[in-house]
Write a protein that binds this ligand. Structure first.
Ligand code: UDP
Ligand code: MG
Length: 339
């Protein structure tokens, strides 16, 4: 048997042989969309951490259809001890799809998802790896503070998570964003989930396994602006609610049944009153109130049905989550020097 393997032979041993990149222990996925101001500083801070690890890692930049120079910058990055890959999507598919693209391309035994805007400090990575080595399959990163976020955003987020956890059968941790570590087996299970409506914070909790939570201080954005407005956040919240719970439908049924019963009792009372006391032409206000209340409940329930049907519509089309335009790779400069 020959000791030498061709560079294309991915099954060959991955140490010491020319041109074969070692299989990474850690994959760091960075979805970004128009982040040219922050990317160089982000890459510097991230590689400072990764280059000091005792094992090989890879960074997967996912360009979510940026229209600025972000992709050119990301393609120019390299590092000492880790391989840098750059996956360019064909257009802006949204952060949830960009993260899914990264997860499908990750090769590491542990995978970390991190924002490019330096709100999630890369310096937390060694602690996350420590928790993973102690047996956790999912390491959630809980924000102890949320610098640079308005009171309205913080309160609405807190209320949403309370509501979601009430309605969904899952325990989706509060104040935990997408910054987290996942073990390879959790990533494998996530990649097998076929749904198109990907509310990732819920999906990360879905496989279960051993979860731990670490706390960190969430910094303000390094520069630039958040890509989310309240309208988009509302859409994400509806995705979260409808993908993880059918209880709103049940609530609509209960609300319908309650109003119908009350209307029946009220109707019986009106019949009785008319028979017993006669009825001079009165009752307009009560009729209007009853009509409007019932119409309101009906519209709400129909809207809710529409939300679910809309999502079924998206699911049955079975369109891919994202399209890849190009993939580029830069080998670690240290291994290039070694070989
Ligand atoms: N992002 C993305 N696609 C989008 C919107 C955002 O890949 O359509 C990336 C963005 O570049 C950043 C991360 O997702 O790296 C978090 O976005 P942002 O900071 O705007 O969200 P926030 O921190 O306000 O929740
Ligand atoms: Mg941010």
């Amino acid at each position: 048997m020959s000791l030498y393997y061709s560079p294309q032979d991915k099954k060959g041993p991955h140490t010491s042989l020319v041109s074969i990149a070692p299989i990474p222990t850690l994959s760091v996925i960075v979805p970004f969309f128009n982040e040219q101001e922050v990317l160089p500083e982000f890459h510097r801070r991230l590689t400072q951490v990764l280059d000091n690890l005792s094992f090989h890692s890879e960074i997967i930049y996912v360009d979510d259809g940026s229209s600025d120079q972000s992709l050119v910058l990301a393609r120019s990055f390299n590092a000492l001890n880790c391989q840098v890959r750059c996956i360019a999507l064909s257009r802006n598919f949204g952060k949830e799809s960009a993260m899914s693209a990264g997860l499908e391309h990750a090769k590491g035994e542990a995978v970390i998802l991190i924002d490019a805007d330096l709100q999630d400090p890369p310096e937390c990575i060694p602690d996350m790896l420590e928790a993973w080595r102690s047996g956790a399959d999912v390491v959630n990163m809980k924000r102890s503070t949320r610098h640079g976020e308005s009171w309205l955003k913080r309160t609405s987020a807190a209320m949403f998570y309370k509501l979601l956890n009430r309605l969904a059968a899952l325990d989706i941790p509060e104040n935990v964003g997408d910054f987290r570590l996942l073990s390879a087996r959790v990533v494998r299970h996530l990649n097998q989930l076929p749904e198109r409506n990907r509310y990732m914070k819920g999906l990360f909790s879905w496989p279960g396994f051993k979860q731990t939570t670490l706390t960190f201080e969430r910094d303000a954005r390094f520069c630039g602006e958040t890509k989310w407005n309240y309208f988009k956040l509302l859409g994400l919240a509806m995705d979260g609610l409808t993908s993880f719970s059918i209880r709103p439908l049940r609530l609509a049924t209960i609300a319908g049944a309650t109003t119908a019963s009350l209307a029946f009792i009220y109707g019986a009372w009106i019949v009785f009153k008319t028979l017993a006391y006669g009825d001079p032409v009165s009752g307009y206000p009560s009729m209007m109130v009853a009509m409007l209340a019932l119409a309101g409940v009906q519209l709400l329930a129909i809207g809710l049905l529409g939300e679910y049907i809309g999502r079924i519509f998206v699911e049955v089309k079975q369109r891919p989550l994202y399209l890849v335009d190009s993939v580029s790779e830069q080998q670690a400069s240290a291994s290039a020097i070694e070989t």
